[in-house]
Design a protein around this ligand. Structure first.
Ligand code: G3I
Length: 305
């Protein structure tokens, strides 16, 4: 039977996974990666603390291993992530105001330029909105340099690689009624109206028992797409097991398939044992590398809608 990537390609989409460089030498891990997925996202290797551990000293060794592995096998790369309140190196915390703004934009420029032509899509800014009901930006050192930090980052990224798809990426934007979803919709609408170069919204899609796939998930994807941007499901996992979990994955795949501008799905890891969720089982392959019911449900949905 076809792989996830082949089945997705027949619908004009991709099927990706988060990858960590330290596991590329694991033959079970690499075997599944190479067979099933056509897009890879470095799980941590492109974050600020990894790529610029000291100011002006850029380290691309681990990220390059993932990018090389992917490109040598005809896969594409999602870059994750240029700017995030979390995972920052210590030196950034000692900066503020114009010095921080300059360092922030320099980081975007240098990293995007290093990967120019090799990274297909960038998560330019990750998780910049607050949870809860305020719809406000999240407080962070970047936010304190001024509300326009996000658009400045997108302009810097576009200048450094005009061919890359530029995404704003966040979680808790799956539910249409959520204040955060509405706030991100407003930002994207405003950016499109003012010519800020945003091409895509990344909807992380971390689902669990207390946070199930919402009934209006497809409608949310449609709302983003209606603003003239692609939608990518960027960090999909569904905590659970068996038929219930399979149904969650199926519904996510069907929602993406129903929205023409939902261009691809990335799961946040390969085997359950690769997941960031400690002792969870939220992925498509079990710890032995065998496909779970959720795998077959996704494959079936990609085939049959
Ligand atoms: O590799 C180091 C190890 O050398 C060190 O001794 C150890 C001690 O803490 O840490 C190890 O690094 C950890 C890394 O994962 C690799 O396992 C970090 O501490 C840990 O913080 C890091 O967690 C990552 C997390 O983001 C924070 O950056 C997860 O792997 C990663 O899955 C998770 O991914 C995020 C997305 O980037 C954004 N959206 C939410 C998603 C899930 O939290």
């Amino acid at each position: 039977s076809p792989s996830l990537a082949e089945a997705a390609q027949r619908t004009g989409r991709y099927f990706g996974t988060a990858v960590t460089a330290g596991k590329l030498a694991d033959p079970v891990y690499a075997g599944i990666l190479d067979r099933e997925f056509d897009v890879v996202t470095p799980e941590n290797e492109m974050k600020l603390d990894a790529t610029q551990p000291q100011q002006g000293r850029f380290v691309f060794t681990a990220a390059d291993r993932i990018v090389d592995h992917a490109l040598q096998r005809g896969k594409r790369v999602r870059g994750h992530t240029l700017l995030w309140h979390s995972g920052q190196p210590g030196w950034l915390n000692n900066l503020g105001g114009t010095a921080l703004r300059a360092a922030m934009l320099d980081h975007v420029t240098q990293v995007v330029a290093h990967y120019r032509g090799r990274v297909h899509s960038w998560d330019v800014v990750n998780e910049a909105f607050a949870d809860g009901t305020t719809g406000r930006r999240r407080d962070s050192n970047f936010q304190r340099t001024g509300d326009d930090w996000i658009e400045a980052a997108f302009r810097a990224a576009r200048a450094a690689d005009p061919g890359a798809t530029l995404c704003y990426n966040d979680y808790n934007v799956e539910n249409r009624a959520h204040a955060k979803t509405q706030a991100v919709l407003r930002m994207v609408r405003d950016f499109r109206a003012r010519g800020v170069p945003i091409d895509c919204v990344g909807v992380q899609s971390h689902f669990a028992g207390g946070n199930p796939v919402p009934a209006d998930f497809e409608a949310t994807l449609r709302d983003f797409a209606a603003l003239g941007v692609d939608v990518q499901l960027t960090e999909l996992d569904v905590e659970g097991a068996g038929a219930t979990q399979a149904q969650g994955f199926r519904r996510v795949a069907q929602a993406c398939l129903a929205v023409p501008r939902c261009t691809g799905i990335t799961v946040w890891g390969i085997r359950d044992t690769d997941s960031w969720r400690a002792s969870g089982t939220p992925l498509l392959f079990d710890g032995a590398g065998d496909p779970k019911p959720a795998y077959h449900a996704v494959l079936h949905a990609l085939h049959c809608g």
